[in-house]
Design a protein around this ligand. Structure first.
Ligand SMILES: Cc1ncc(COP(=O)(O)O)c(C=O)c1O
Length: 460
């Protein structure tokens, strides 16, 4: 099909993140101008099922008038106030109280940003600041994990454990280390149980800490479920072991709840679902159901005391963004959380998670699917060239990306991470809609299989 005028204008003006910019010049954009509930509409009027909640974020779906009203009201009242030099407003006070109340770890205070990357960036800065304040200037390294996703600023991209985020950007920065990826299907040895694999992953972390010296390690950061690395589930018993190691070595545990927070895994926070014991959590995305860019992190009492001392010594807490605690963001987050609580969205999501996970797991029977995995309302299927041997497709064939294109033609928008296809629908999805989505996906996967056979990709 020839590209539209708008598509040409896009190609000549817009840089698209996570896009093959050369290929984009040929295929052009998918222009989505409208959203209602769990559906999106392109510029020709074609309807798409929203299978990834935007980018893992639109938990309440599109077109929620109550949130729109809350934003408009906040803008009319005072379009901007900031939090510098002790300035405040009702919204940030109420939201901080609410987040402290629902946080899955003891929280003394809350600090705001506008993106998940910023929240994790602040986590690193504060881990360093903390250890300087408490007289441990050597204790600065941060441990993340291979295949983790923590963002794209210079520091948070360094935490991210995906090669395409580092290559030719001269990343990661010094003092960021990556321990093994705990994905049992891909990295478990033949005959190794999940529990044995967890023990080996924990030993890898212990070995890394021993090699570097615990007195040089400030923090460890982990997502409850590794989302943008391909929805990788921690193996059984993994976080129980990690909790113990971190506590033993006085290493600050940061849970990156940017995707898992606010109901995604069946509880308010993934930390609860997966048994993590962090000192602090990073939040973003569903904190506002993506109606406004906002992120936050909790500050534990020890860290707060250290920050107080530094302020006394240096005269100020030398950090802050113009949009820290933006009043519109605070109003939108408060309204979003009010709706989660009032409409019992977590309870609804927990119920619908059953048919969601059942249909997801059933995809494992498809000849293309090596593993179907997930929890709550998040999941993925991993496409393989050979189910028996788990042999992967040649990465140059871009099977995952092609599959996403074919699924899109079938009317469902999902996201691939290499050859894993990720699912993360809005939490308000109903059981009927779950079936509708997976019916589309099954038909789409058959078309992907037909394409793969035609291209001889299934042959050894
Ligand atoms: C777990 C996690 N942390 C951090 C980020 C970065 O958030 P942002 O894109 O808002 O900077 C993401 C984004 O997908 C994420 O999934």
């Amino acid at each position: 099909m020839p590209l539209s005028n708008m598509a040409h204008r896009d190609i000549e003006t817009v840089i698209h993140p996570y896009t093959n910019l050369a290929r984009h010049r040929e295929v052009g954009p998918l222009i989505l101008n409208e959203g209602r509930g769990i559906y999106l509409y392109d510029d020709t009027g074609k309807r798409y099922f929203e299978g990834l909640a935007g980018l893992w974020c639109t938990a309440l779906g599109y077109g929620n008038e109550e949130i729109v009203e809350a934003a408009a009201k906040a803008m009319r009242k005072v379009s901007f106030t900031h939090a510098f030099s002790g300035k405040s407003h009702d919204g940030v006070i109420e939201l901080s109280e609410k987040l402290k109340e629902i946080a899955p770890c003891p929280a003394s205070k809350v600090l705001f940003g506008t993106s998940g990357s910023e929240a994790n960036d602040m986590q690193i800065k504060l881990s360093w600041y903390y250890n300087n304040a408490r007289g441990k200037p050597k204790k600065k390294k941060i441990i993340s994990r291979v295949r983790a996703y923590h963002g794209v600023t210079i520091a948070s991209a360094s935490l991210t454990g995906l090669p395409w985020i580092h290559t030719d950007f001269d990343l990661p920065i010094a003092n960021v280390l990556h321990t093994s990826c705990p994905h049992h299907y891909r990295f478990g040895k033949d005959g190794e149980t999940e529990e044995q694999f967890s023990a080996r992953m924990a030993q890898d972390l212990e070995d890394l800490i021993a090699r570097e010296g615990a007195d040089t390690i400030a923090a460890f950061i982990a997502e409850p479920v590794m989302g943008a690395g391909g929805v990788l589930m921690p193996p059984k018993g993994y976080f129980e072991k990690i909790n113990i190691i971190l506590a033993k070595h006085d290493i600050r545990f940061i849970a990156d709840e940017v995707i898992c927070g606010f109901g995604r895994t069946g509880n308010w926070f993934g930390t609860t679902t997966l048994g993590m014991k962090p000192q602090s959590i990073s939040m973003a995305k569903a904190i506002t159901s993506a109606y406004f860019p906002m992120s936050a992190l909790t500050i534990e009492e020890d860290l707060y005391q250290a920050m107080l001392e530094e302020s006394r010594k240096l005269g100020t807490f030398g950090h802050g963004f113009t949009y820290t605690a933006h009043p519109v963001g605070c109003a939108v987050a408060l309204k979003t959380i009010e709706i989660y609580q009032r409409e019992k969205v977590m309870e609804h999501a927990a119920k619908v998670a059953n048919p969601f996970q059942t249909r997801l797991r059933k995809l494992a029977e498809h000849p293309l699917v090596g593993e179907a995995r997930g929890v709550g309302h998040i999941g993925a299927i991993e496409l393989v060239a050979d189910k028996a041997t788990k042999r992967q497709f040649d990465p140059k064939k871009q099977v995952g990306a092609t599959a996403i294109g074919i699924l899109q033609e079938h009317g469902v928008i999902l996201r691939n991470v290499q050859d894993s296809i990720c699912f993360c629908p809005p939490l308000v999805i109903t059981t009927d809609e779950v079936h509708e989505m997976f019916d589309l996906v099954e038909r789409g996967l058959d078309a992907v299989e037909a394409w793969a056979r035609k291209e001889n990709l299934r042959a050894a």
